[in-house]
Design a binder for this molecule. Structure first.
Ligand code: ZN
Ligand code: ZN
Length: 374
């Protein structure tokens, strides 16, 4: 599908007046009266009409901006459109599908909406959803089961839209031609054009009775479980594409895809940046001063870490190979622990004496007695 804005030669933010002006100009240039027998001009003229029809209509324009197609334009999938009992809001287009299936569900939306043929098999819509997993699950990988509600092929009619056993008859609207001619009044006069038959969508035939279950829509909304293997090392915000797990196609069209956005929950102790996992530990002042061996929590369990004598507050120590893998490589990154120093808040009498001796030894002036809580 050509872009309607470029067809008219206007910017995406063009005003209604700009669009009207551009339309007049383009339509005059390619008008059939001026270009007798010029197939290219004829096609161009039709495109201009189509673009103007959408962009001059506030509602259609905003739908087009959002979804790249418009109800009834992109062939939302209704085969027996116009047949008795047809509910145009059920499968009319992207906006309609969005509302009727997932409007209240939250977190769902549809992508796609690109050019589609109006006849023959129509690919099912892509579906987007997201899932929140634990920090550990992102590091080690996990299998998740999602409950997804989406359009599936109607079972009783096997996706034909015809009531089982129903006879198939020639479409009465187009007399089996699949096309209808219509005349429209435009600002340039009456324009006669050939359209796809709205009743049979160009097939030339319709069932005598439409399927009661799906109302001729060929698909019905169904809930089902989808299992997803989330690979280890996945990062927050990554989207996984599950091919063929989207909406069922129409009239033998293939399934759409399911796009799953992965959100990773925060961890109370760890923070991750790609393959590196960060944490912090507070150690007593004496350990930092004299040096010590301490236990540090990593995502893989407790690790023994040597704190050198004279370690300063804020020093970062690296534990090799105790971080996370990435989607590209199984090799684990590092764990980095930031050392903080704990200054004692309360001292025993003995400890206080020792600290005072330490101060005297270093010739450092300190408050004597008095301030001690004991
Ligand atoms: Zn027809
Ligand atoms: Zn059916």
């Amino acid at each position: 599908m050509t872009d309607f804005y470029s067809t008219l030669g206007v910017e995406k933010n063009a005003s209604d007046a700009d669009i009207k002006r551009a339309y007049r100009k383009k339509a005059q240039e390619s008008h059939p009266d001026k270009n007798q027998g010029d197939k290219d001009a004829e096609r161009k003229f039709k495109e201009v009409q189509e673009a103007y029809e959408v962009l001059s209509d506030k509602q259609k324009r905003s739908q087009y901006d959002q979804f790249g197609s418009v109800s009834g334009q992109g062939g939302g999938g209704a085969y027996y459109q116009g047949a008795a009992g047809f509910d145009p809001s059920q499968f009319g287009g992207f906006a309609d599908i969005f509302e009727s299936f997932f409007g209240e569900g939250g977190g769902f939306g549809f992508g796609g909406g690109k050019s589609r043929k109006k006849t023959g098999p129509i690919r099912g819509q892509d579906i987007e959803t997201r899932i929140k997993i634990k920090f550990e699950e992102a590091v080690f990988g996990v299998t998740k089961y999602l409950e997804i509600t989406k359009p599936e092929q109607c079972d009783p009619c096997k996706g034909t839209g015809a009531e089982p056993g129903s006879a198939i008859k020639t479409c009465d609207q187009c007399k089996g031609q699949g096309q209808v001619r219509s005349t429209r009044q435009t600002i340039l006069g009456a324009i006669s054009s050939v359209h796809l038959c709205p009743q049979c969508q160009g097939r030339g035939e319709i069932p005598d009775q439409i399927c009661k279950k799906c109302n001729g829509q060929t698909r019905v909304k169904q809930s089902g479980e989808v299992s997803v293997q989330i690979p280890k090392g996945i990062e927050d915000g990554t989207t996984i594409k599950l091919k063929g797990k989207g909406a069922a196609g129409v009239l033998g069209g293939e399934y759409g895809d399911l796009y799953l956005e992965i959100r990773v929950a925060e961890h109370p102790k760890f923070f991750r940046e790609e393959k590196t996992i960060f944490s912090s530990e507070s150690i007593p002042l004496v350990q930092a001063t004299l040096g010590a061996t301490i236990k540090v929590d990593t995502i893989h369990g407790k690790e023994t870490v040597k704190v050198p004598a004279g370690t300063q507050d804020g020093t970062v120590l690296t534990i090799k190979g105790k971080g996370a893998p990435s989607l590209k490589s199984e090799a684990l990154g590092d764990h980095k622990v930031t050392i903080h120093l704990k200054v004692p808040e309360k001292l025993s009498r003995k400890e206080r004496e020792l600290y005072e001796q330490l101060a005297a030894e270093g010739g450092i002036e300190v408050s004597k007695g008095g301030f001690n809580l004991f």
